[in-house]
Design a protein around this ligand. Structure first.
Ligand code: CMC
Length: 429
């Protein structure tokens, strides 16, 4: 990892120079190892981690300039075309693609854990009916820690594996029940024999009164959405899970922290925000006025821009194809929302404001349109992102816990508050 390159820090006040090693990964930019810097009595300052690699990882690689995304070395385009979500889960967790036998055992392991403890169902009923499903998910997933705590030793690899399987298995069920509770529908149960995506659609939309027939094309599209969202290296929610987990906290509680972070509109909440934005714009004639507002910074063009991608988000390119397939299958190609999205995309890609800032559509620009066409309500877009990202979160958590060099995450700060001062009794203020 270390090569011969060094970075030398020179001070302009006569202090000794500091040499810092440069580390080389298997792909991507070199990294300056600044750990020795902590001994100088100063800190580095990098709000938002614009220039900071927070950890070493072997799971996912992104080249933001070239628009490339690899899970364990495999390009996302190949996985989206040839693999499926459960195989991708195995890959992310274990580092290699499974053999047929490994796949069978893994799938059985996931199926075995997809029910929810009956006591947990009472918890849903404590929420207001109109609670956002993401709020319910933060609460219910956090509550899983109460069910799996005393029996869980995070230093035992087998326990970590079972926790990962439980999470991957139960998240679609929790998301579906959050939706059903909100709609006043009775809780549903998973049906083994269906694929992971089919099972999710079944848990969302089946009723006790009639058989729910899963549309295979739509289930495949949903499976692809899961694959595209499965991991994205050290994004805000994954870093949240790592930071929470670095104290040795219960992994179910850590995943609840990740869900909370994902909910924000700058992160996973963007897919919901895109649909709301399309509704607000209304029709193609209103696009120029909306774009003026974007350039005046009155509002953002949701589903555009990314901290890492300064080129087309490769997930967005695949999602655009999926969007086409789904709209064709459903005969919705003249769907006004899709037409509006295409008009926005065209204008944005030709506009100097977006070109200069390297703002391209990200995955959320299209995923909302696909989900909406599948019949998923807007409030469930981010829960679907959360259930798909759970495997990424837990893979990163497990990688971190297994690392003997793991330390509790503890950033420092540039303090700009008040100087030391003495307490003034209330009557003298
Ligand atoms: N619409 C209009 N202007 C934008 C947008 C946008 N969507 N995104 C960035 N900009 C402008 C921003 O105002 C700034 O302009 P200036 O240089 O004049 O100040 C410049 O582009 C750089 O933006 P930034 O805010 O410094 O970039 P960032 O890396 O801090 O933020 C982002 C990245 C994703 C939070 C931001 O692009 C954004 O808010 N996009 C909309 C929300 C969205 O679609 N999020 C989903 C991300 S992909 C899914 C996921 O990973 O969660």
């Amino acid at each position: 990892m270390e090569n011969n390159r060094k970075v030398t820090l020179t001070y302009n006040d006569g202090k000794d120079n500091l040499e810092m090693p440069v580390l080389k990964g298997t792909l991507g930019p070199d990294v300056v190892d600044i750990r020795a810097f902590s001994k100088t009595g100063m800190f580095t300052f990098d709000p938002g981690f614009l220039a900071t690699a927070s950890c070493e990882s072997q799971i996912t690689f992104i080249d933001g300039d070239l628009g490339q995304l690899y899970y364990r070395g495999y390009p996302i385009e190949q996985l989206a075309a040839k693999s499926d979500y459960l195989e991708v889960c195995y890959l992310l967790l274990n580092g290699e693609l499974p053999t047929a036998e490994e796949r069978k055992v893994f799938e059985r392991g996931i199926m075995r854990h997809n029910m929810l403890h009956d006591q947990l169902m009472s918890l849903f009923k404590g929420f207001r009916r109109d609670a956002h499903p993401m709020a319910v998910m933060v609460g219910v997933v956090g509550a899983l820690s109460a069910f799996y705590h005393d029996s869980l030793d995070i230093n035992n690899p087998e326990h970590r594996k079972i926790s990962a399987h439980r999470l991957i298995a139960k998240l679609p069920n929790i998301a579906a029940q959050a939706y059903r509770y909100n709609k006043g529908l009775p809780f549903s149960y998973p049906k083994n024999g269906l694929t992971y995506a089919e099972n999710f659609l079944h848990m969302m939309f089946s009723t006790p009164c009639e058989e729910y027939k899963v549309n295979k094309t739509l289930a495949l599209a949903l499976d692809r959405i899961f694959t595209l969202h499965a991991d994205h290296e050290q994004n805000a929610s994954t870093s949240t899970v790592r930071l929470a987990g670095s104290s040795g906290a219960n992994p179910f509680a850590c995943i609840a922290a990740g869900i909370a972070c994902l909910w924000g509109p700058s992160h996973g909440g963007a897919n919901e925000a895109v649909l709301k934005m399309l509704d607000e714009i209304g029709s193609v004639e209103n696009v120029p006025a909306f774009m003026e507002g974007v350039k005046n910074k009155t509002h953002k063009l949701m589903g555009f821009g990314h901290r890492v991608y300064k080129n087309m988000d490769p997930r967005a390119a695949i999602m655009k194809e999926t969007c086409d397939e789904v709209l064709n299958e459903l005969g919705l190609h003249n769907d006004p929302k899709f037409k509006l999205a295409m008009a926005l995309e065209k204008i944005a890609l030709e506009d100097p404001y977006f070109i200069e800032r390297k703002l391209y559509p990200n995955v959320d620009f299209y995923s909302g349109i696909v989900l909406s066409a599948i019949g998923i309500p807007v409030s469930m877009f981010t829960p679907i992102f959360a259930l798909a990202r759970t495997v990424g979160w837990i893979s990163h958590w497990a990688e971190m816990i297994a690392d003997p060099a793991m330390k509790i995450g503890r950033p420092r700060q540039l303090y700009t508050g008040a100087q030391r001062r003495d307490y003034i009794p209330q009557e003298q203020r």
